[in-house]
Ligand binder design. Structure first.
Ligand code: ADP
Ligand code: ASP
Ligand code: MG
Length: 464
């Protein structure tokens, strides 16, 4: 059984859903082909239709600011966009059922937005209730579209299948509970040869309150579904040909990486390759389930990227570069001149207490520099460290991470990388013990130039 996840652009309009139906049909036929008696699936996981989550979060913010009219206007435009997409369902009975459920959800949403607008407060719990509407609706539309096209599908309510903690807006799945819930909700459908369709990103707490897994979390949902149900492969269908050698929004002439190891994919996702949510690989690793990234716009000639535990050796040491902006560098200098023992523990305790994760770390005799994505709790961290250190910070920084299993056996790579960046101001450099990546921190305006130079130096004309 395979899990197929379709991202926002892959369900964005009628044409995208029509493509989805033929991709699922082909997978279904391939499953039946070997004439095995116990063929099953696929299980389909979908994102909200492209841009819907941003809109939902935007209207929640308007409600929080008391702008009820503005928020309701956005509810109305989302309603008509969903009704338009649901027009892909030609069969009148299926379409009527979906339209009724769309109206119900949007009526509820309008009431909720009105109430929150009066209160002028949207807690993270209500934010999740609003954000979840996107995936709940897209999954209903896709289930009906498949059924109307002769592929018997059943909508599965993600709130009854993915059980999470109550850390709203970044809830963590509880695996034993989720496994039982998924097996109960999905297994009977698979046995009955139906195609379960489930919204990604969404779950509910043990007491049934709607939660979400964080932005981009539908990939993570697909991996959880795959791991809990013992899938043979997890497919991530998106709008690019696979994992690319660099962010295509910054670098032209990028190439598809045909094969990645789990470790490489995790590093790339963590350091900004948006095509995979950073937590996606983790459920797959435990059960050694291959993950494939594929382009839903070009399903016929999509070779995509295959991600497995190990991969064949490549001629080039560097596999891809990932990057992200909006990073803050925090410099922490010991006020005792030398690093007393316990100094590092003190520093990391302060970050842990204030729930701020640290990405890159470099140290010298008297100071430590770290990077963080989320600087909201920085004043508390500075306060917690004030007796032992002077703390300064600088926002507007970027991380560039060069990743490759081949770097372990390329001792001159760091020197080559730095020489390609001759003249580019670099704020921090770090190489981890696993020597799978080299991470640089630099000012945001220098990022594009640095990425171009690295790409030209290591990828131009060289194919994996
Ligand atoms: P989906 O809606 O299918 O989940 P996303 O927008 O989350 O799609 O992720 C796909 C996007 O990730 C691509 O359109 C691309 O712009 C961006 N991206 C950034 N870095 C990379 C990379 N290294 N390889 C592929 N895509 C990348
Ligand atoms: N719809 C959610 C988001 O936009 C989850 C996802 O698409 O993966 O973040
Ligand atoms: Mg995504």
């Amino acid at each position: 059984m395979i899990v197929m996840k379709f991202g926002g652009t892959s369900v964005a309009d009628r044409a995208a859903i029509t493509r989805l139906v033929s991709i699922v049909r082909a997978a279904r036929q391939a499953a039946i082909q070997p004439e095995s008696v116990d063929w099953r699936g696929p299980v389909v996981v979908v994102s909200a239709i492209g841009g819907a989550t941003d809109r939902l979060l935007g209207l929640a913010a308007e409600a929080g600011a008391g702008d009820i009219d503005g928020a309701l206007e956005h509810v109305a435009s989302l309603r008509s966009r969903h009704l338009d997409v649901a027009g892909v369902i030609a069969e009148p009975t299926e379409r009527a059922v979906v339209e009724a459920s769309l109206h119900r959800e949007f009526d509820d949403l309008a009431r909720l937005v009105g109430a929150l607008g009066v209160l002028r407060e949207v807690s993270s719990r209500w934010l999740d209730a609003i954000a979840a509407v996107g995936e709940i609706l897209s999954s209903r539309i896709v289930a009906a579209a498949l059924t109307a096209q002769g592929l018997a599908a059943t909508w599965v309510d993600a709130r009854r299948a993915i059980v999470t903690t109550d850390e709203f807006t970044r809830a963590v799945p509880l695996i034993p509970e989720t496994t039982s819930a998924l097996v109960a909700a999905v297994d009977p459908l698979l046995v009955a040869r139906r195609i379960p369709v489930i919204g990604g990103f969404v779950g509910a707490t043990t007491s049934g309150v709607t939660s979400t897994l964080g932005r981009g979390g539908s990939d993570y949902s697909a991996a959880i579904v795959g791991a809990c149900l013992g899938a043979s492969e997890i497919q991530i269908w998106t709008d690019v040909d696979g994992m690319l050698t660099a962010d295509p929004r910054i670098v032209r002439d990028v190439q598809v990486v045909p094969h990645l190891s789990f470790a490489e994919a995790s590093e790339l996702a963590y350091f900004g390759a948006k095509v995979l949510h950073p937590a996606t690989i983790q459920p797959a690793v435990g059960q050694n389930i291959p993950v494939r990234i594929l382009n839903s716009r070009r399903p016929e000639d999509a070779i995509g990227t295959l991600i497995t535990r190990d991969r064949p050796a490549s001629a080039r040491p560097l596999t891809a570069v990932a990057s992200k902006t909006g990073v803050t560098v925090v410099d922490i200098t010991s006020t005792r001149m030398l690093m007393a023992h316990g100094f590092l523990r003190h520093i990391f305790d302060a970050f842990a207490t204030h729930r701020t994760s640290v990405d890159v770390v470099t140290t010298s005799e008297v100071s430590v520099s770290v990077t963080i994505d989320d600087a909201r709790r920085l004043p508390d961290i500075v306060e917690a460290l004030k007796d032992v250190a002077d703390v300064t910070s600088e926002g507007g920084m970027a991380i560039l991470c060069a990743v490759g299993d081949g770097l372990q056996t390329a001792p001159t790579f760091v020197a080559e990388l730095l020489s390609a960046l001759d003249g580019v101001p670099i704020r921090m450099v770090s190489q981890a013990a696993a020597r799978r990546n080299i991470t640089l921190v630099l000012a945001e305006p220098a990022l594009a130039d640095a990425l171009h130079r690295i790409h030209d130096r290591f990828f131009a004309g060289v194919h994996a």
